[in-house]
Design a protein around this ligand. Structure first.
Ligand code: C2E
Ligand code: CA
Ligand code: CA
Ligand code: CA
Length: 277
């Protein structure tokens, strides 16, 4: 089954549960795809508020599948996350994102690049080794790399995640809690973790203009973040009214279709250059 998704793109939606033949075949193909360059990153700008200066981009993975066309992450990331394949996949994404960041730096575009990491990556000591090695390989300052992880990924194995995060923070990498507010209430954990950014879940951001309790939740998260000395980012910003409300609350950065959908690298660069003063 495939469901529509704007811009005439179809979402291939394989059955990822159980041991269906489709799932196993896809897993085999994904293993090969990581090695053979079928994965690509699209970049979605993050802008400062209220100035709307481009600060960086979130790298979002897609799979150029030979038969199914361009696959979105929900069609294959959950599969990789349940196996050891998520390690080489995340390593590939970090490598490709840093190569891109290097090329931006070389052309005078100082931008941060954000990569999503999964629960399994956070329970694996080698994540910090991989990141350190790849930062060196590309000569990118650690402060230009941001890693986004959900609360539930951190809480899957909090002790190990904490050790991995400490090492990443020591490298100077920016650490963000993704989809904040959507999962567990982990305020107790939060104060003991070396994280730098709270990324407000887009479910609250979407209805800020019409739903009073969502607006209050966003306000509370921004205040909480600032009280803890963290930066706050809102994702899923789709209209100007929402961007203005966020700026009024003091939210530091925004990301969403209002500014741009995730774009292939070349289009992203053109977008950045057109947006610059
Ligand atoms: P996420 O990290 O929460 O990423 C944001 C998702 O929201 C992206 O979907 C993005 O296209 C979409 N989005 C951005 N702006 C808006 C907006 O204004 N409105 C709405 N409705 N949606 C918006 P995408 O690219 O399909 O990614 C889905 C999820 O897949 C991501 O959610 C992330 O959890 C995961 N993912 C993506 N790339 C990677 C990756 O390289 N590694 C891992 N482990 N996970 C990834
Ligand atoms: Ca994310
Ligand atoms: Ca998110
Ligand atoms: Ca999400």
């Amino acid at each position: 089954a495939a469901k529509g998704r704007g811009l005439g793109v179809c979402r291939y939606a394989p059955d990822l549960d159980g041991h269906s033949a489709e799932r196993l075949r896809l897993l085999g193909e994904l293993r090969r795809a990581v090695d053979e360059g079928e994965l690509v990153l699209h970049y979605q700008p993050k802008v400062s508020l209220p100035g709307e200066r481009v600060e960086g981009a979130e790298a979002l993975v897609r799979w150029q599948h030979p038969r199914h066309g361009l696959l979105f992450p929900d069609a294959f990331i959950p599969l990789a996350e349940r196996t050891a394949l998520i390690r080489p996949l995340t390593r590939w994404v970090v490598d490709a994102a840093l190569r891109q960041c290097r090329s931006w730096l070389d052309s005078g575009r100082v931008l941060r690049v954000a990569v999503n990491v999964s629960a399994r990556n956070l329970s694996d000591d080698r994540l910090a080794d991989d990141v350190a090695e790849l930062l060196q390989r590309w000569g990118v300052p650690a402060s230009c790399l941001e890693l986004e992880m959900t609360e539930s990924a951190i809480l899957a194995d909090p002790a190990r995640a904490r050790a991995v995060l400490e090492r990443l923070a020591a490298l100077g990498v920016v650490l963000s809690v993704d989809d904040f507010g959507a999962g567990y209430t982990s305020l107790g954990h939060l104060k003991n973790l070396p994280v730098h950014v709270l990324k407000v879940d887009r479910s609250f951001v979407a209805a800020m203009g019409t739903d009073r309790s969502d607006a209050l939740i966003v306000r509370s998260i921004v205040e909480l973040g600032h009280n803890l000395g963290l930066r706050t980012v809102a994702e899923g910003v789709e209209d100007r009214d929402t961007a203005e409300r966020l700026a009024a609350l003091g939210c530091d950065e925004g990301q969403g279709y209002l500014w741009s959908r995730p774009l292939p690298a070349a289009q992203f660069e053109r977008w950045v250059d057109a947006a610059r003063p």
